[in-house]
Design a protein around this ligand. Structure first.
Ligand code: SF4
Ligand code: SF4
Length: 402
């Protein structure tokens, strides 16, 4: 995961696989990488949230692996210890631990948790009985000076904890190298997302969602991103084929690997998700860490505290970010996805709905669901009604893209 291969120069991605095929093999690719890292004595660090700065883990020589569960299959096991009326993401992640069925989790040397929502926070206490854990205490009024001071202390203690646990020194030089790698990854993923601003986007939202890994900063992935952009932007760029679909901005909760059902339902019904304001989409990659900052640790703390998650109060930055994304991606409707029992995103939906209907003047659909397919027919009907409304608005104002 050094940045020596991540130079930003033109690269030769694996000719045997198209970028989309490469990422369809994301889990086996990441597993092979993690096993090799482990064999070389590099620690595996599991993370559950975009507030966890991967740069510090990378600078410690460890591999940060996302452990968020997207599978329905692990939920019954989780419900033997957790209440059933809990967010499916939390239950799925924990169910893997109960079943011992996530090989990344089994090989992890450390898990990093964070104080975001209550359900996760309390689940981590149970998970800590199975695995060594470090908890980052995240302040929740992000714009106050005291919040930044507190977060910087937490980040500094996290760095020291990794140094002690893994017997390494995390120098500024190592931090800067990790920052460069992560900034490159964020920039490449932003460029891919921006392809969807076209009137006839060359990818689907599902394609864009596919183009990410459980392990960040892998040189093979960065090469694939560059290869894809070269194909899309060169003279042989494919013509976009999605001009007539209803352009959708998807906001709300993350869609971990395996939990893409709502995305599929939207796109099968004739929508095209042009923008994903979620933690598996643009939310954590819209801003970079300042590479020129005198203190790289401070720069990392500053970037991460600005992520506009609904656990923050107030979370005005999410609405500001949505304003900018609506202007750039020109959606014709907004779908707000909320996992069942996710109170923060569910309550915040009211603010998104008002902004959507009063300011952007777009049809708005809130979908509250879990990982079970039992409500698929009901969701499809509601999505189709929203798409129809958007088509009618489009027909009433031809030439107007939002
Ligand atoms: S939505 Fe919030 S709690 Fe979930 S991964 Fe993103 S920042 Fe973390
Ligand atoms: S989706 Fe909501 S309830 Fe679930 S882990 Fe994220 S913030 Fe917590």
């Amino acid at each position: 995961m050094s940045d020596s291969c991540c130079t930003g120069k033109k690269t030769e991605p694996n000719a045997a696989a198209s970028p989309l095929d490469h990422f369809r093999r994301m889990i086996p690719n990441c597993l092979a990488y993690a096993r090799e890292a482990k064999a070389q004595g590099r620690p595996i660090v599991g993370i559950f949230c975009e507030y966890t700065p991967r740069e510090i883990i990378m600078a410690a020589g460890a591999a940060p692996v996302c452990m968020c569960g997207g599978s329905d299959a692990t939920i019954p096991a989780a419900e033997t210890e957790l209440p059933s009326n809990l967010c499916p993401l939390i239950k799925s992640s924990y169910g893997y631990a109960v079943q011992r069925s996530n090989p990344f989790l089994e090989m992890a040397d450390l898990l990093v948790a964070e104080t975001t929502c209550d359900g996760k926070k309390k689940m981590y206490e149970l998970l800590a009985r199975r695995k060594r854990m470090h908890v980052l205490e995240l302040p929740q009024k992000p714009d106050t000076p005291a919040a930044f001071d507190h977060w910087l202390r937490e980040i500094t203690e996290f760095k020291q904890a990794l140094e002690n646990l893994f017997a390494v020194q995390i120098t500024d030089e190592k931090l800067r190298a990790a920052i460069r790698t992560m900034n490159q990854e964020r920039a490449l993923r932003r460029c891919i997302a921006e392809l969807m601003t076209a009137d006839a986007p060359p990818l689907t939202g599902r394609d864009v969602l596919l183009l990410k890994s459980s392990i960040s900063g892998l040189c093979a992935d960065l090469a694939q991103y560059r290869g894809l952009l070269e194909t899309m932007e060169g003279p042989a760029a494919p013509n976009g084929k999605n001009a007539n679909s209803v352009r959708i901005l998807l906001t709300g909760v993350p869609m971990p690997h395996g939990a893409e059902r709502v995305m599929d339902l939207i796109e099968q019904a004739g929508g095209l998700v042009v923008c994903q304001e979620t933690c598996t989409g643009l939310k954590p990659i819209l801003e970079d860490v300042d590479e020129a900052a005198a203190d790289p640790l401070q720069a990392i703390a500053r970037k991460y505290l600005r992520i506009p998650c609904s656990c923050m109060t107030p979370n005005e930055r999410r609405l500001e970010s949505l304003d900018a994304l609506v202007a750039a991606y020109r959606p014709q409707a907004v779908v707000d996805l909320v996992w069942m029992a996710c109170l923060t995103y569910s309550v915040e939906s009211e603010q998104v709905r008002r902004r959507c209907e009063e300011q952007w003047r777009l049809p708005y659909l809130k979908i509250e669901t879990d990982y079970s397919p039992s409500d698929t027919a009901r969701i499809t009907v509601r999505v189709e009604a929203t798409l129809e409304l958007a088509r009618q608005k489009r027909a009433a104002s031809p030439g107007r893209t939002q």
